[in-house]
Write a protein that binds this ligand. Structure first.
Ligand code: CP
Ligand code: NVA
Length: 302
């Protein structure tokens, strides 16, 4: 594994390897065992969109591993004024040991990897959010013990989260169902890929059907970053695509609820459900730190 550009590039074994290391790093942190796995290594973090969890967890993670993280906003970089990715990538590769990027187009992250000579980590694009899903998988395994026999149900937009979750869930042996309105399905090529998994994958417009027997419920905002202008239209299209008590009643009794956050209460999830499942949702947020430390160790350790 040279980069983390999308989960589809990773084998099941590589995903499990990251999760196992993340568990180990979490254990070490909880027990005050401090090891400088990335002593003196430098990570650049390019943000072209807002962030709370990703920025702080990467920066703290790098610090805890004995390395250093630089926050690089596109408002300050020449990249934001039109310097080409292929030049920026080659320059930053001369200073840094790894690069984390949050941006719009997936092709931009892929280009950083193509033209640079250091590991590149995708910290969210319009297409996917692999770091989030590694933390989600880690959380599911913590709560459920294993992935075997589990069904994950995603309610809402077929967005970056849905794209990564379907890959993560199917690759780790879970069933995956998605309820989304017409016109808001996940990426077409991924839908084609999911056919390999037969009945383990289901897509419907019917939320309750998707929810049947689910062990893990997941949802995300109706309008993602960059879609602010579509807000009104999306509020109409997604009405009813909400995780609430009625939908939860269709799932398993001990079903867990995850949300990548930030959440819009009263839209994709009710206040009641979010707060009833705050335990796992904030463990999930914490696990961003451990999962990303594992990714950085896998990619940047000598
Ligand atoms: N879930 C997530 O990526 O959060 P941020 O946008 O706050 O980084
Ligand atoms: N789909 C959301 C995820 C935020 C973590 C967005 O892209 O804004």
């Amino acid at each position: 594994m040279k980069h983390l550009l999308k989960l589809g590039d990773l084998s099941r074994e590589e995903i499990l390897g990251i999760l196992n290391l993340a568990d180990q790093l979490k254990f070490e942190r909880k027990n005050n065992i401090h090891k400088d796995y990335l002593k003196g290594k430098k990570l650049g973090m390019i943000f072209q969109k807002s962030s709370t969890r990703t920025r702080v967890s990467f920066e703290v993670g790098m610090y805890e591993l004995g390395g250093y993280a630089l926050f690089l906003s596109d408002r300050d970089l020449q990249l934001g004024r039109g310097e080409p990715v292929k030049d920026t990538a080659r320059v930053l590769s001369r200073y840094l040991d790894g690069l984390m990027i949050r941006t719009f187009a997936q092709s931009e992250v892929e280009d950083f990897a193509k033209y640079g000579s250091i590991p590149v980590i995708n910290a969210l694009t319009d297409y996917c959010h692999p770091c989030q899903v590694l933390a989600d998988l880690m959380t599911i395994r913590e709560y459920k013990g294993s992935f075997k026999g589990l069904k994950m149900c995603f309610v809402g937009d077929g967005n970056n989260m849905a794209n990564s979750l379907m890959v993560g869930a199917l690759k780790t042996g879970m069933k995956f169902s998605i309820a989304c309105p017409k016109g808001y399905e996940p990426d077409a090529a991924l839908l084609e890929w999911a056919k390999e998994y037969g009945d383990a994958f289901e897509m419907t417009t019917d939320v309750k059907k998707a929810a049947e027997g689910a062990d893990v419920f997941y949802t995300d905002v109706w309008a993602s970053m960059g879609q602010e202008e579509e807000k009104a239209q999306r509020e109409k299209a997604f009405r009813g695509y909400q995780i609430n008590a009625e939908v939860m009643a269709c799932g398993a009794k001990d079903a867990m609820v995850l949300h990548c956050l930030p959440a819009h209460r009263g839209e994709e999830i009710t206040e009641e459900v979010l707060e009833a499942h705050a335990g796992e949702i904030f463990d999930e947020a914490e696990n961003r730190l451990h999962a990303q430390k594992a990714v950085m160790c896998k990619l940047m350790r000598d």
